[in-house]
Write a protein that binds this ligand. Sequence first.
Ligand code: ZN
Ligand code: ZN
Length: 81
Amino acid sequence: MINCSCCNNEATHVLVDYYHNIVNYNAVFCRIHAFQDGRVECPCCDDYDIEYEGTDGKDHELLPTYSYGTLDSDGCCCDHP
Ligand SMILES: [Zn+2]
Ligand SMILES: [Zn+2]
């Protein structure tokens, strides 16, 4: 499993940009920390899987979280419905 960068819980979210590209491989968060410190959720992709290759060499599917200001004026990513 991958650990949250803020605590020892399992990471379920990874920080991505507007186009779902991983911003920083160290910016992975558990459910609690995913939307703290200004990080926000996109309503269009709350079940979107981000492929993440973990330090364990395995692929994981994480959910996206965005930095404040990444999403457009509607609060969505590039994946508008
Ligand atoms: Zn955490
Ligand atoms: Zn989205």
